[in-house]
Design a protein around this ligand. Sequence first.
Ligand SMILES: Cc1cc2nc3c(=O)[nH]c(=O)nc-3n(C[C@H](O)[C@H](O)[C@H](O)COP(=O)(O)O)c2cc1C
Length: 269
Amino acid sequence: MSTLSLPDAPVDRWLEAARERRSRRAFDGSTPSEEHLAALEDACERFRPHPDARAVMARSVREDLFRGIVGSYGRVHGAPSAALFVGRADSPRAKASVGYTGEAIVLEATALGVGTCWVGGMFDGSLARTTAGASDGEKVFAVTPLGYPMQKVTSTERFVYGMKKPKPRKPVEHIAPDLHDRSWPNWARPGVEAARIAPSAHNRQPWRFRVDEGAIVISFDGPDTPIVSKRLDCGIAMLHFELAVRAAGASGAWELLEHRADVARFSLG
Ligand SMILES: Cc1cc2nc3c(=O)[nH]c(=O)nc-3n(C[C@H](O)[C@H](O)[C@H](O)COP(=O)(O)O)c2cc1C
């Protein structure tokens, strides 16, 4: 059995950051303060709840790490630093572990006032491997720029990414169809609310939640996708879920699954 749990994480701080976070793609080019860089390096080194996944901080990165096509999805400007999210290449479970681990770094950055944007497809894979020091058998699944966002939302952010308003999310009834049934444990409801606001590639929100013998199972809808796996999105949502459950006074752990579209199962204990 492979389990994930939050060791000594700052639960309230990260949950608040989860509510505030938005993807930012335009940065002012200035190097983050030593205090912020050191805090993020520390988070990358210490938050390793699963052996299949790790985050690596790069203080200085070349802009061509983020190689989006001009004016389209994925264009990141002016980010001096990055975090790279690495996992075991041959393990389906590692994808969820990478999402879970990486989102912790994204939330810590948000809490510090450092901007982020998960980038799953549009980055230079070989430059990312070298920068992360990935070994044989490891893959960089995603990266995020780290830096101070432009004070103003740029016109590209506004028009291409709809930054004026927060990105819409699916209703809870869509992602957890039985949520209002009596079978749903009360402790799990805040978890679903927090998972709902998680980021996902193309904002597709593939996560679905169901009750199974008192535990909560997260799975993804439809077939999985090759470039950015829906398992990675689900890993991000798993961290949000667990933070909210803990903040409400319950605790438990995720057990990773591989059966069809099932990603993991959360039980109290
Ligand atoms: C795994 C993953 C991969 C992503 N890849 C990209 C990407 O390649 N380029 C990009 O601009 N945004 C990318 N995003 C950001 C999403 O588009 C964004 O999270 C989503 O639209 C929701 O918006 P929000 O983060 O502002 O809430 C990615 C997000 C996730 C979670």
